[in-house]
Design a protein around this ligand. Structure first.
Ligand code: ADP
Ligand code: MG
Length: 185
């Protein structure tokens, strides 16, 4: 199946998860994430601001702050399809940006790629090998091309799929955390 059809299918599947299930699954995933050594050791975490039906990341950001970790969130440079990360110190330092997604305000401090310890990589679906179906912009494939540290994706088990069309530029993630398992690829 091609990526476009798969994206439509995955969105439809995720839309069937009701709010109580969404919250409970997200909580289980977050709890599993906090148990990972990669999480415990990380001082600076790059993460997206989730939009339903993606696994909730707002609670993860709160936890990171609670644990004195630095949090940085992406801004999409839509013309070049590139990402830049900025430090996030409060939720009120977000504004609606490209694609209607929350992005850091202009005043936020830019963060260098080298200083990030882990990137929580978003996606619609993942294979057991860590290959990922994104939202179609290829933003993370570009950003991860020269990123050498840990990458983790958070996924509902409904987002695990057996195969995906993989292209030369697709970069797999190292770890996938679902409500049932931790997959090291
Ligand atoms: P996503 O990863 O968001 O699911 P795709 O993998 O389909 O999206 O990639 C979207 C587009 O981005 C592709 O058409 C591809 O040509 C482009 N792309 C991905 N990675 C790179 C890269 N490293 N350099 C240049 N273009 C890239
Ligand atoms: Mg891709």
């Amino acid at each position: 199946m091609d990526k476009k059809t798969l994206r439509t299918q995955l969105k439809a599947k995720l839309a069937t998860i009701d709010r109580p299930k969404y919250e409970q699954k997200s909580l289980h995933i977050a709890t599993k994430l906090y148990s990972l050594p990669e999480w415990k050791e990380a001082e600076k975490i790059a993460i997206t601001i989730s939009n339903v039906p993606e696994v909730d990341t707002w609670q993860i950001i709160r936890k990171a702050w609670e644990q004195q970790k630095k949090v940085c969130v992406p801004k999409c440079l839509s013309d070049q399809k590139q990402l830049e990360f900025y430090e996030l110190r409060a939720f009120t330092d977000l504004e609606k940006g490209f694609y209607g997604l929350y992005e850091p305000i202009k005043e936020a401090k830019k963060v260098s790629k080298d200083s990030i310890d882990i990137i929580i990589v978003p996606g619609l679906a993942f294979t057991y090998e860590g290959y990922r179906l994104g939202f179609g912009g290829g933003y993370y494939d570009r950003f991860l091309a020269n990123f050498t540290k840990k990458t983790i994706s958070l996924a509902f088990k409904e987002q695990l799929i057996d195969s995906l069309p993989i292209e030369t530029f697709d970069i797999p993630v190292r770890t996938i955390v679902t409500e049932d398992q931790i997959i090291y690829v």
